[in-house]
Design a protein around this ligand. Structure first.
Ligand SMILES: [Zn+2]
Length: 338
């Protein structure tokens, strides 16, 4: 009897281990634990035993039952798991489809495109220049004094060969004027670099859009009308501009141009420090020294130039409080601009 039980357990282990699907497991269960299964029949054999042998046989029988029950559970679990795997490997046509998200332009790129579209309608064409510039194009030709603080290596990234990462898009003006005769009417959007400590409004790399118009009899009134038209197109019909005297080395006279605050429509709020105005563009009439540097006759030609920060425009337009959001590549931030 004990020997037979041992054999049953060995056979059952083999049968359950080999069962590959639910049906095979059920077959094995019937063969060993069913009404006419081998273990059930062995239980019936107890009656034929000598009474003194019964306790030992009973104990062995119980152990065999427990063992077989465990084997059955294990086999069931194994088959269920592999079944689930097989199902997931297949294609379930009843599942809903996965939606593919559409990409979108980065807010900085979108703002550049918007600006360019507005200036194109005003008759400007796009000009581009390299991000690696010569000191001449970035400073000298733009009438920047040799002791001007912006030239300091603490403010500007210089390369070992003497070139620099351009600190503004203005060198594109120089390149264009040196390569063609007036009239010139260009906008130059692009990336600039300064050694600023990054904070909510400063970034070591940022974008500007630069405008230049050189022709006969170009005046400050022309500059004002162009910037006014831009302000209305960008921020709505009610946007107004004002000009304040300022100083830049490459323009004379120079102005700082403010737009009506878009947050409060000019009433005064924390964004505009209660002035109702936001500083947007630096501009002015091209300094005769700059025209001379590129070989234009300042007696014959006059021109205006202006520059604006792209990130600043985008921050105002979309109410973004920190310039660093544009460069963190957080998909949750970028998704808002679709
Ligand atoms: Zn305001």
């Amino acid at each position: 009897m004990l020997k037979e039980l041992k054999q049953i357990v060995v056979d059952a282990e083999k049968a359950f281990a080999e069962a590959a699907d639910e049906r095979a497991v059920e077959d094995a269960r019937v063969a060993f634990l069913g009404r006419k299964g081998r273990l059930t029949l062995a239980t019936g054999g107890m009656k034929t035993l000598d009474p003194s042998d019964r306790p030992a046989a009973g104990k062995a029988l119980n152990e065999a039952k427990k063992k077989l029950a465990a084997l059955l559970e294990e086999a069931k679990k194994r088959v269920a798991e592999s079944g689930a795997k097989a199902k997931s490997a297949g294609i379930d046509v009843t599942l809903p489809g996965r939606q593919r998200r559409l990409g979108a332009k980065h807010p900085v790129t979108a703002m550049i495109d918007d600006c360019v579209a507005i200036f194109r309608r005003l008759g400007f064409i796009v000009a581009e220049g390299p991000e690696l510039e010569s000191v001449f194009n970035n400073f000298d030709a733009l009438n920047t004094p040799s002791d001007h603080p912006s030239r300091d290596p603490r403010d500007t990234f210089y390369l070992a060969d003497g070139r620099l990462l351009r600190t503004q898009t203005s060198p594109v003006q120089i390149r264009v004027m040196m390569s063609q005769k007036p009239p010139v009417r260009i906008v130059a959007p692009g990336r600039c670099f300064r050694r600023d400590t990054p904070d909510a409004t400063h970034s070591m790399n940022f974008h500007q859009i630069e405008g230049l118009y050189v022709d006969r009899d170009v005046s400050l009134a022309d500059l004002k009308s162009v910037l006014e038209a831009f302000a209305r197109e960008m921020f709505g019909e009610k946007a107004a501009i004002r000009m304040r005297p300022h100083f830049f080395p490459f323009t004379e006279p120079s102005v700082e141009c403010d737009f009506t605050c878009v947050m409060c429509a000019g009433k005064g709020c924390s964004i505009c420090k209660n002035s109702g105005w936001l500083e947007i563009a630096g501009a002015g009439m091209v300094d005769p020294a700059v025209l001379e540097a590129v070989g234009y006759d300042p007696e014959e030609w006059t021109g205006f130039a202006f520059g604006m920060g792209i990130e600043r425009l985008a921050m105002i337009k979309h109410g973004v409080s920190d310039i660093r959001y544009f460069y963190e590549n957080d998909i949750r931030f970028l998704r808002q601009f679709r």
